[in-house]
Design a protein. Structure first.
Length: 87
């Protein structure tokens, strides 16, 4: 479990113990994707799409591929350091 999920559980658990309803869940990623898909196919993005098509009408040539590394492996790290900041 990540920190964000734990934060939600800590916030919701007392409400559940007190038999209170939870707050409305904000839009989830699948819902947002469905909304975007519908907007696109309903033509709501026509202005945006035409704008970006004109912005990128001429696309520059891609950059050349970098040469492969000359080293096959590297020496293992001797020390691993980390810092923690709080705000």
């Amino acid at each position: 479990m990540d920190g964000s999920s734990l934060e939600v559980i800590i916030k919701d658990l007392p409400q559940l113990y007190d038999n209170k309803s939870l707050s409305v869940v904000p839009m989830q990623c699948p819902d947002f994707s469905i909304m975007q898909h519908k907007e696109f196919y309903d033509g709501e993005w026509e202005n945006e799409v035409s704008h970006w098509k004109s912005e990128f009408a001429t696309i520059p040539k891609p950059l050349p591929v970098l040469p492969p590394a000359k080293k096959i492996s590297r020496a293992p790290l001797g020390i691993c350091r980390s810092n923690t900041t709080r705000h």
